[in-house]
Design a protein around this ligand. Structure first.
Ligand code: XIL
Length: 363
């Protein structure tokens, strides 16, 4: 373990002055792992993981070295788990939980309830049937992993103003059948079965200072107050942290707003961190430097909040980022490849890696 004191000089400088960073400093930064630097900063560091890691031993080894906690990327999403009404396909999630246990890592379950990712069969059911599926899904899935997860994203993305629902709620089968009460129901039913997982309300877009972020923050804060006032077992708020620097952002303002959840006794998790580089230059080196700078700016602001206990990247290497697929769809003719993560295609550290370590150790 490299101590915070030994390390803080080199890595912090590397992150701050990225444009002028020497190769020597970058190398020094890449010698420590994100897990180690996170630990020195009181931060649990991890990444989401999917089947690709099990088919690519080098990628798997990177998780082994760099992370302390793994998030099930798609494995526990409703449509992946429930291709038909009577099937629960647990193989993917079981493999992640078993691998984590073997290497002493923690696991986050993502996501138990989400109004997105509904299979066609669910959409065809009546409201009463949807409620029954909801309760049974929670019972079966939570029971299977009870006591083995660090935390559960019990509800993902409760708000989605674009759906046009009053109050900004995200629409979908659960909301349509139960209205806003599905949130409380999910938390209470999960807590009744799993007594140790930290139960998390995970939300998107709050990091940005754009119409979307501004529309979601107030109802999210009201929902949290309401749940706490009624003693609903809620332990943490998750901010996805898919940074989109093409839109306005004020990370200091986000950080002071987020700190309010800490003041209510909740932990704060940054659950899906990556940096969308679509507005940055084509030149890969310039683009990666801009990604690192954005990451350092965000982390520099939000990590001042002591209630932030965890940072998770959405995958670990650019090779497997969800932005690759989004980019292929958005710009099929482009040869440019998004680079939103701490490791590049060859699994070598990107400038973002050193920037993250610098931000952790400057905490
Ligand atoms: C992503 C997955 O990683 C992709 O494989 C899939 O195609 C789309 O969803 N917010 C979330 C995650 O909460 O579940 C999403 O994951 C990324 C955005």
């Amino acid at each position: 373990m490299i101590s915070r004191r030994d390390f803080v000089g080199g890595a912090a400088t590397a992150a701050l002055g990225y444009g002028a960073t020497t190769a020597a400093r970058a190398n020094a930064a890449s010698e420590t792992t994100l897990a180690e630097a996170g630990e020195a900063a009181g931060l649990l560091y991890g990444a989401s993981i999917s089947e690709e890691a099990f088919a690519d031993p080098d990628y798997f080894a990177l998780y082994d070295r760099e992370t302390r906690i793994l998030t099930t990327d798609v494995a526990l999403k409703f449509d992946w788990l429930r291709p038909s009404p009577d099937r629960f396909e647990f193989e993917r999630a079981d493999a992640i939980v078993a691998a984590a246990a073997k290497s002493g890592k923690l696991v986050r379950g993502h996501t138990l309830i989400w109004n997105d990712n509904a299979p066609e069969w669910l959409k065809r059911l009546s409201a009463r049937e949807v409620e029954r599926v909801f309760d049974r899904h929670i019972e079966v899935v939570v029971t299977r992993y009870a006591g083995r997860l660090h935390s559960w994203d019990v509800v993902n993305e409760p708000f989605w103003p674009m759906d046009g629902e009053q109050g900004g709620w995200r629409n979908g089968p659960w909301f349509a059948a139960m209205g806003p009460s599905y949130v409380e129901r999910a938390f209470r039913r999960t807590a009744a079965i799993d007594k140790t997982a930290k139960l998390t309300l995970n939300e998107a877009q709050c990091e940005g200072d754009h119409d979307w972020g501004r529309a979601i923050r107030p109802p999210l804060a009201r929902l949290v107050d309401d749940l706490l006032a009624r003693d609903v077992p809620l332990h943490a708020v998750g901010f996805q942290s898919h940074l989109q620097p093409q839109w306005p952002a004020d990370y200091a303002q986000f950080a002071s707003w987020a700190a309010g959840f800490g003041a209510k006794g909740l932990e704060i998790y940054l659950t899906e961190f990556d940096v969308d580089d679509q507005s940055f230059p084509d030149d890969p080196a310039a683009r990666k430097a801009a990604v690192a700078q954005t990451g350092a700016k965000f982390l520099g602001a939000i990590l001042k909040t002591r209630a932030v206990k965890m940072l998770v990247n959405w995958q670990l290497s650019d090779r497997y980022s969800w932005y690759r697929e989004l980019w292929r769809r958005r710009a099929p003719a482009s040869r440019r490849k998004p680079s939103p993560l701490p490791f590049d295609d060859r699994l070598e550290p990107n400038p973002l890696h050193a920037a993250m370590i610098g931000s952790f150790l400057a905490r």
